[in-house]
Structures are given as C-alpha cells and as structure tokens.
Design a protein around this ligand. Structure first.
Ligand code: ADE
Length: 221
C-alpha cells in the first residue's frame, strides 16, 4: 500500500510513522510513504500557498492549483510500472475536513483490502479551495467531532488504522488478538501491587487456568 501525503508540514509525520510497528512496516516495504509538499508545486515566485476567501470571511484559504498538481503527480503511474505493464492500480483520494464523513475501523479494513494507493490531502488555514474536490474526486473524511488545526493528525490516524489491516504489518500474535472477541481490560505482572495504601490485584479468574471461563469473562468486559 502506498500512501501519498500532500502536506505543507511533512516533518510532523516523522516521529509517529518512523517508530514501532509502522516504522517496521515501512522498512519491510509493507507500506510506502510518499510526501508531496504543495509549496513545491506553486508557480508563484513568492511561493504563496494561500489567499483571502472570495465572498469574505475570516482566515486564509489554501489555493487549489498547487494541491491539484501535487495530486496529479501522486496519481501518475511510475515509469517503472508502466514499463512492466503491471495491473491497474486502485486509487482513493481523501481530503480531511471536520465536516466530512466519520472514519471508522470498517473503512480502514475496506481501504486496506480494496486500494493500492491512498492519496491524503491535508488542509490548513480555513480550508482548501473547493475546486480541489471537483478535480480530484476526493472523499471528505473527518476523524471525529472536533476541529483540529490541520489534517496531519487525521492522516496519521488513517495511515495507522489502515496499515494494521495489511497482512504482515502486525505480528502473528497481535493479528490473532484483533480477530478474537477480546476484552479491553488487560493485566500483566505483578499479580498484585500496593499504591498509596491500597492493594490492586489481577482478577482471580485470569489466574485460574480455566480457559473457557476466562474467554467468557473476556466477552463480558
Ligand atoms: N481537520 C480539522 N479537523 C478535522 C477532523 N476532525 N477530522 C479530519 N480533518 C480535520
């Protein structure tokens, strides 16, 4: 799966995506991250990426063309693949907006199964010139009922949740855990500890060795 991330702030992705499971997924080529900065697609000599909104209103709006050019580059078939005449790539374009459709884990599974390339357009300021949606056919997606300062965090949420649905990204044990109806209440050693005078213990059932009863307990949680 290739994620093409159109953002003015590619460096904000570094610390999250280069560690742990996702870092390993990149290293093992299970996922590929391709950053495109609209500023590099700006013909304006001052590299001006935003302007005042038509019709008035507060803040600044991101210009359409730098984003559209970045999107065009992301959606172009790489020369190597053209030569090899590989199968047609299935692409999806997402534009993050607090007013978009709410993203779910079902979407994550669907995207992982049905697309080879996902293009993630990240807005800043008061939004993006709507003609970007007309040209790219992007779906507007929100990650929750709150307003962020940009789409970058939302992109990371989508990348993380889609990547973990791709075969080989999670370890065998972790993928099995996802399949099971398992409790969100988990415990590890020590069996008991004291904190500010109180004792905190692992529920006895988990120490009992009765697998059937343990599974029933987990389902109830
Ligand atoms: N951009 C700003 N807020 C957002 C949200 N809640 N979801 C996705 N993109 C956003």
């Amino acid at each position: 799966m290739r994620f093409h991330i159109i953002t003015l702030f590619p460096e904000t992705f570094d610390c999250y995506l280069s560690h742990s499971i996702l870092g390993r997924a990149v290293e093992n080529q299970k996922i590929e991250l391709n950053f495109l900065n609209p500023r590099d697609f700006c013909n304006d000599p001052h590299k001006r990426i935003d302007n005042k909104p038509y019709g008035g209103g507060p803040g600044m709006v991101m210009k359409a063309l730098p984003i559209i050019r970045a999107w065009e580059k992301a959606s172009a078939i790489p020369f190597r693949e053209k030569l090899l005449f590989t199968k047609k790539r299935k692409m999806k374009t997402i534009l993050f907006s607090p007013g978009g459709r709410k993203f779910t884990n079902e979407d994550a599974k669907y995207f992982a199964k049905n697309f080879d390339d996902i293009i993630l357009i990240n807005g800043r300021y008061e939004g993006i010139d709507h003609r970007v949606v007309e040209v790219t056919g992007a779906e507007l997606i929100s990650i929750g009922d709150y307003v962020l300062t940009g789409g970058e965090l939302a992109s990371m949420v989508v990348i993380d949740s889609v990547a973990r649905q791709i075969e080989g990204v999670l370890g065998k044990y972790e993928s099995l855990e996802e399949e099971r109806i398992s409790s969100h209440e988990v415990y590890t050693r020590p069996e008991q500890f004291r904190f500010h005078g109180a004792t905190y213990s692992v529920p006895e059932i988990l120490l009992s060795g009765h697998h059937k009863k343990i599974e029933e307990w987990k389902k109830e949680r």
